[in-house]
Design a protein around this ligand. Structure first.
Ligand SMILES: *[C@@H]1O[C@H](CO)[C@@H](O)[C@H](O)[C@H]1NC(C)=O
Ligand SMILES: *[C@@H]1O[C@H](CO)[C@@H](O)[C@H](O)[C@H]1NC(C)=O
Length: 402
């Protein structure tokens, strides 16, 4: 197993891109522990889903506690509650959903990375008063989490998950339930660029953000290359100019630049690299939910063998920034697929996915915790159920893909 990992790692060193968090960024905990040593430099992480961008299906009880049981998104929720009441309700959620204990538990489980989805509305002056409704005050809670995570030695990816105007229609992950994806126009790109400028400044000037190494400039754009031409020709190159401009102004050393992350070509929004003239510290993301891949025949054996030989990236370096153990809705509660009576399958499938994604730069599971009462979308529950090992290297020793 050690040989195999070293071989993979050896192959990485020969590529032109210097990139690994443990070689370039020197990400360490307060007491100097480097969590990447045991993973051979691979990213092993979890998303903090529903912390700053609430998706009600993940946590219906918490959503009800905020007072928005029947609302579809944060936008609808804040419009209903009113600004002041919403600010108070969301502050209670931010304080309780992800705590210092969660961060410590993440580290204890052998993980080294968190990806934090945020919305553009965290920069409050971007929100149009009277027509856009979002909770205020999130940045202080983001700083708290980043401080805890930096103390613990975790690598941090901040992800612009909810873009101005919404990058996809009718999906709470954008923060709103928009009829149309209104993001793909100049004036919305400008707002997103102001967000990137603001966030880059914070990351490089505020000590609590010291372990943030990557900024994803937009999560999951529309999967249609024709609808996203200006994303590639204008937004991505401008995102580089904006972020690097801030860094030059702040005299940040090139080695400490942020990695700028875009969705991989395989995601389906075209090749993000198409118009980049500067790709220093570029990084790519793909999300792999086999349950939504109509080309994959639904059987347990096929899920495992598909994962074992899965090709998940075309740009480099790439990490699989979201994936889960979710299976198609029409079968998920049938005897063959119910989670607790099929743990052996889910354990193997978890292992197969880890092996595939570590052929790339690594992975970030969706998500850390849920209120679904089962483990297929919850890393924490997966560990509790014995489906996910805390010694992640054991996956390579057992080698379900053999
Ligand atoms: C650093 O802290 C972690 C977690 O508390 C602990 O496991 C590790 O042994 C410590 N390392 C050193 C060098 O003290
Ligand atoms: C870092 O940012 C947070 C959030 O704005 C703020 O509360 C904190 O005081 C800042 N810390 C420093 C050292 O500037």
């Amino acid at each position: 197993m050690i040989l195999k990992q070293l071989t993979t790692f050896g192959a990485l060193i020969t590529t032109a891109v210097a990139w690994l968090p443990w070689t370039d960024k020197g990400v360490v905990s307060r007491n100097g522990t480097n969590l990447f040593a045991s993973s051979g430099g691979k990213i092993r992480g979890v998303n903090l889903g529903s912390q700053f961008v609430f998706e009600p299906w993940i946590a219906m009880q918490a959503w009800s506690a905020i007072g928005c049981k029947d609302e579809k998104s944060e936008y609808d929720c804040v419009a209903k509650l009113g600004q002041d009441a919403a600010n108070k309700a969301f502050a209670r959620h931010w304080k309780s959903w992800i705590t210092r204990n969660d961060i410590d538990e993440i580290r204890r489980y052998g993980l080294n990375t968190i990806r934090i989805p945020v919305g553009y509305w965290m920069m409050e002056e971007l929100v149009r008063p009277g027509t856009e409704f979002f909770p205020q005050g999130g940045i202080d809670y983001l700083a708290r989490i980043c401080e805890w995570a930096s103390e613990a030695g975790l690598y941090i990816i901040i992800d612009l998950h909810g873009a101005p105007g919404a990058q996809v229609p009718k999906n709470a992950f954008t923060g709103q339930y928009a009829e149309k994806p209104w993001f793909y126009v100049d004036h919305e790109y400008k707002r997103a660029l102001r967000f990137l400028d603001w966030m880059t400044t914070i990351v490089h000037t505020n000590e609590s953000f010291r372990n943030v190494g990557m900024l994803e400039v937009v999560n999951e754009p529309v999967q249609n290359a024709d609808e996203t031409t200006s994303l590639r020709s204008s937004y991505y190159p401008d995102a580089f100019r904006t972020i690097r401009g801030v860094e030059r102004k702040l005299k940040v050393h090139r080695k400490d630049y942020l990695h700028i992350q875009m969705m991989d070509k395989l995601w389906g929004s075209g090749d993000p690299h198409e118009h980049l003239t500067d790709d220093y510290y570029a990084a790519y993301d793909n999300h792999r939910y086999i349950k939504w891949d109509a080309n994959v025949r639904v059987s347990k054996d096929n899920y495992i063998s598909t994962s074992c030989r899965d090709r998940v990236g075309s740009n480099w370096p790439l990490l699989v920034g979201e994936w889960s153990l979710g299976v198609p809705e029409d079968i998920q509660e049938t005897p063959d697929w119910k989670p607790f009576s099929n743990k052996d399958f889910y354990k193997k499938w978890f292992a197969a996915q880890v092996m595939a994604y570590e052929k790339q730069q690594g992975w970030v599971f969706w998500t850390w915790k849920t209120q679904l009462g089962e483990f297929r979308w919850s890393y924490r529950d997966g560990v509790a159920a014995g489906v996910i090992p805390t010694d992640l290297n054991s996956v390579f020793e057992e080698d379900v893909c053999r």
